[in-house]
Design a protein around this ligand. Structure first.
Ligand SMILES: Nc1ncnc2c1ncn2[C@@H]1O[C@H](COP(=O)(O)OP(=O)(O)OP(=O)(O)O)[C@@H](O)[C@H]1O
Length: 263
């Protein structure tokens, strides 16, 4: 039996899927030691849409990299299902902001299949079927045999999301995935992500510096202080039906005040 199940049976309440426990992250360059995040703790539960929100340079991407297993904490631990994260793994798939995450010489279908096969997740017919399923989910069935250079930025980003979701990771890590899109496409992609989530209830950890995006996408929002990032607060977002209402404005104002408060 897994540790998480044991803890749950011991009556310790809901068990986090992901636990960031007192984590400090640093970069060592030849001249400097940069502390990107300091003593950060938070917990992500299954089916959370968990947002890391904070000003530029507060260490959001660095935290995501460490959760992805690309960087080791100098202090603290990162646990997925009770097991310490030590290296990258398909259980923690990343989707980045850049549009050039796809292999240009492979079609949409081949890009998604390749990730499944190279990671050892699925092979052959099973990989092809899984790829087609998620490409359809992101509305690109008609473009399954197209090459990336023939797609718009938003479409390429959809392929990256399909590729991440096709791995059916324990947690999908998204680093400002819509930041480089125009406002209209960005809004459409946000709605699409929420529709996908309604369908499959995956767990997502999403980095943004847009307060509006955090409220729209998130169920819970972690506010980080300016560099080096420390936890300022953790807030619940509002239900989708309240977007555009006075409660959205109130939450935006509250977050804004907290992010720009001096203490
Ligand atoms: N490879 C690196 N080497 C040295 N310092 C780095 C490196 N990457 C990031 N940093 C520093 O770590 C700090 C946190 O950077 P990070 O990219 O995690 O912030 P962020 O909150 O994601 O910012 P943004 O919203 O602008 O993307 C910054 O001070 C940055 O300069």
């Amino acid at each position: 039996m897994k540790n998480a199940e044991l803890a749950s049976q011991a009556g310790n309440g809901p068990v986090p899927l992901l636990e960031i426990d007192n984590v400090t992250l640093q970069y060592k360059t030849t001249e400097h030691l940069v502390t990107a995040a300091q003593d950060v703790s938070f917990k992500v539960y299954p089916a959370d849409r968990y947002i890391l929100l904070g000003p530029s340079g507060c260490g959001k991407s660095t935290l995501l990299k460490a959760i992805g297993g690309y960087m080791k904490p100098v202090q603290g631990r990162i646990l997925l299902n009770g097991v310490e994260v030590r290296e990258p793994n398909p259980e923690r798939m990343m989707v980045f902001q850049e549009f050039d995450q796809l292999l240009p010489w492979k079609t949409v279908r081949e890009n998604v299949e390749f990730a499944l096969e190279a990671s050892g997740r699925l092979q052959g017919k099973a990989a092809a079927e899984r790829a087609a399923y998620y490409i359809d989910k992101v509305g690109l069935a008609k473009f399954i045999d197209s090459y990336p250079h023939t797609l718009s930025g938003g479409m390429k980003q959809r392929v990256s999301i399909a590729r991440g979701m096709a791995m059916e990771p324990a947690v999908l890590l998204m680093d400002e995935p819509f930041a480089a899109l125009d406002a209209l496409t960005r809004r459409k992609m946000q709605d699409e992500l929420l529709r996908l989530w309604d369908d499959t209830r995956f767990t997502v950890l999403f980095v943004t510096h847009s307060i509006e995006e955090a409220i729209r996408i998130g169920t819970r929002i972690l506010l980080l202080t300016p560099h080096p990032g420390q936890v300022k607060a953790e807030l619940n977002s509002i239900p989708a039906a309240e977007m555009g209402s006075a409660s959205q404005v109130a939450l935006e104002t509250r977050i804004n005040d907290m992010l720009f408060a001096q203490h």
